[in-house]
Design a protein around this ligand. Sequence first.
Ligand code: BTN
Length: 248
Amino acid sequence: MEIILHQYNHLDSTNEEALRLISDEMAGEGMVLWAHEQTHGRGTGENSWESEPGRNLTFSVILQPHFLEPSRQFALTEMISLALFDVAERRPGHEFLRIKWPNDLYFNNKKLAGVLVQNMIKANQIDFSVIGVGLNVNQKKFFSDAPNPVSLIHLSKKEESLSGLLDEILKQLGYYYEKIKTDIKSLEGLYLQKLYRMGEWAGYSDEAGIFTAKITGINRYGQLLMTDRQGNLRVYGFKEVKFLDKVS
Ligand code: BTN
């Protein structure tokens, strides 16, 4: 994957800018949009993304994975989660790192990074994929009501170079992007090995209420598979299940 890096001092949101470039037919594979400040950083759903200007990484990667069947688009989520995990793993304290389904990076039950993947499907093909990453790097205090944030500096105990870190992430991303083409199964295996609460009993809630279950895997569509105390199999899509803090 050849990288074409665009840097911005301010943007509303790197994902929004990527979508605009795509609709203006100005986007291409490997374009990376990196903003030092986002005025309207987007989180998943209706959430916003807090990031102190110049202290963290906020960027989006534009890809054109035409080779990937839309039903396997979760591989893109696995790819970015694994790339972020690998880079964070090079820092001290890495034994507490986990990928929280579907694509948050967690350190010690706290959120280190969030990812917003937006895929555009056309004629049963993934025409474009926009992979937006918010990685907390050097920010020590958070002011919004974002639940439990943490930064890489809490692992490394020293300021990190943002451009060096971006470079590391993009290299790992390139590695896993090739893996999707040649050995998609290996991504699934690695992702499961790093999954937060895999095989552990813990509390969750869905629209029917609170329950205790353990995660048993992910299916090929990226849905979360769980078994509850009664032995029932439960299958959840994104936002259909909430992780509760305390084991019940
Ligand atoms: C989440 O809610 O966990 C996803 C957060 C994604 C934030 C990143 S920051 C760069 C990119 N541009 C955005 O507006 N959002 C994503």
